[in-house]
Design a protein. Sequence first.
Length: 413
Amino acid sequence: MHIANAEVLVANPGRNFVTLRLTTDDGFVGLGDATLNGRELAVAAYLREHLTSLLIGLDAHQIEDTWQYLYRGGYWRRGPVTMAAIAAVDTALWDIKAKVAKLPLYQLLGGRSRNGLLAYGHASGVELPELYESIHRNLGQGYRAVRVQTGVPGLGSLYGVAASENASTGGGERRYDYEPARRGAVPLEERWDTRAYLRHVPTVFEAVRNEFGPELPLLHDAHHRLTPIQAAKLGKALEPYDLFWLEDVTPAENQAALRRVREHTTTPLAIGEVFNTLWDYRSLFEEQLIDYVRSAVTHTGGITALRRIFDYAAIYQIKSGVHGPTDVSPVGLAAAIHLGIAIPNFGIQEYMRHSAETHALFRPRYTFADGMLNPSEEPGLGVDYDDEIAQAHPYEAAYLPVNRLLDGTMHDW
Ligand code: GCO
Ligand code: MG
């Protein structure tokens, strides 16, 4: 069974997605997600110009060898563009293998290890009343764990905090993730003040705990904006509110920063949505500096590579907390759900819910009920790609916002 066709598909059903579709000579079709938010066409070009011609004629069953061929053989290893491209190939080959075996993909990964995946939703509000309303909405949708993001007095719009009603997802729900897609071809500039943020966030978590009680798992994302000592201070200040995790406290390049943070706080730490290989995690695992791995299948070289990361993490009692924003396509999310149901060290899965247009294009068959995600039981990933719908939603340039301090200095985000 050989790869006969490799197509790179780009569409914008509310936001941009890059999808690789592999077809074998005997007609099996596999899908892989290659979406890199705000840099989508770089991965599309990497796949189109450099990988598709290498794939034609390869044995579609040789997933590991193909992975090594693309990773070691490319000479230029790692990096988000390369690893998203390799991820798409890897995921599509797993999809094909599972379809050939007539099994849902997770069965090839060792079968089910749990009844479902605990998922967390996104709640946010500029002020407390909106935030409470947003948390209630999440609870109403069945979520049993909620990420809480808040506005900060004195600052304007903040990434992660929904500012406007957005029709894209329906139901009058406030969303932040569909806003950048509508902001046009230049990134929005936001303003940031770390001291104001550090003063305000603990008061919000105190209020939320008082309102919603001690049980509900609460998460928070600091989006890489703090220095090690600021991160330590935040972790310590949030200890009374018993967070499930505090995410991305420091910028992703300096793993040693997490040592400082860890020395000072017992708030669990999650990091890794912008990491792309096991090497980014190595010292964090070995020194047990984190508690959750944030990588997505899409940005880490696929199911083959992410499973290896989780196995390594398991040795150190570190769990999965896979990135599941709406810029990971339903193909990438389906892959994460198959992997998450199989691994021994599952922790939690982020689930932001795609728009109706995105669902129409991919028709994902994973399910979400009572706060739990479950994979489709049909052969493969359980996701399709509708070319007609894709054609009606062409690519549109869209960027994540950028972050500047009040004096205009570009800041981490
Ligand atoms: C999260 C995030 C996302 C990312 C986005 C980048 O935790 O879900 O941090 O909002 O910023 O996916 O593309
Ligand atoms: Mg995050």
